[in-house]
Design a protein around this ligand. Structure first.
Ligand SMILES: [Zn+2]
Length: 260
């Protein structure tokens, strides 16, 4: 039998979310049929790690997993306990990276200090273990970059939504820019930033079930929509789909070591 030629890795997808419980096998099959050969599942916090592990272990040919503590899950009460859970899992599991970790000052700044401490702790684990990171940063890009400047890590600035100069800093640090469905939205500035900094610095992601590309806006996102994102950019930039796919795949290989 001929080997199927996969083009894409979805570098950030929460397919273990309950909204996929009824049709996860269809979702996986659609992803595979659309050319997505691997899907990376990022962790959020201890309440969903078991669901993620169950899914990842059931379909090991499709999924890779990351472990980490998401900034919006952090409170002053739970932060130490949650970090301990991450550390224990790091010691035991076969993780492809640490994520998603970072800062989120959009929803709430009450636990800003705890978010920063947790981010730094997890970055130091990534350095110690030479593991890549998946970074979540919302309304906090300058502070995120400031903290990152003290750590030499590989990784992805997931769902990047910053400015041109912030994008340049991300790239200068050796990180890749995660591009998802929002790039297809009318008012999004990302496609112009990509045109300027160059598509060689990006990887693709869905962040499913959130933020689906046009024409699926408002619906549940899933990994099979990656080709829509790439096709949109191909048209916008005037660069072939094959070229965009192979540039992103080079980055996936260098950051996560995933070969399709
Ligand atoms: Zn996410």
């Amino acid at each position: 039998m001929e080997k199927k030629g996969f083009l894409y890795v979805d570098t950030h997808s929460h397919l273990y979310d309950e909204v996929f419980d009824n049709d996860i096998l269809d979702v996986i099959n659609r992803a595979v049929d659309s050319g997505v050969g691997k899907i990376i599942l990022p962790a959020v916090d201890s309440s969903t790690i078991d669901r993620m592990l169950a899914l990842g272990e059931q379909y090991p040919h499709v999924f890779e997993m990351m472990i980490g503590l998401h900034p919006t899950s952090i409170t002053s009460e739970n932060v130490e306990r949650e970090l301990e859970v991450v550390r224990e899992h790091l010691d035991r599991g076969a993780w492809i990276g640490i994520g998603e970790i970072g800062l989120d000052f959009y929803w709430d700044t009450t636990y800003k200090k705890e978010q920063e401490e947790a981010f730094e702790r997890q970055l130091s684990w990534a350095v110690e273990r030479e593991m890549p990171v998946s970074i979540h940063s919302r309304e906090a890009m300058d502070r995120t970059l400031e903290i990152l400047s003290s750590y030499k890590v590989k990784g992805v600035m997931h769902c990047f939504s910053g400015t041109f100069s912030q994008a340049c800093k991300v790239i200068d640090m050796g990180l890749k820019i995660g591009v998802g469905g929002t790039v297809t939205y009318k008012t999004n500035l990302m496609r112009e930033i990509i045109r300027t900094v160059g598509y060689e610095h990006i990887v693709y992601e869905t962040d499913a079930p959130y933020l689906p590309p046009v024409p699926y806006r408002g619906k549940r996102n899933e990994s099979s929509y990656i080709p829509h994102i790439v096709a949109y950019l191909s048209e916008y930039l005037g660069v072939s789909i094959a070229e965009l796919a192979s540039a992103a795949q080079k980055n996936v290989e260098s950051v996560f070591g995933i070969v399709l």
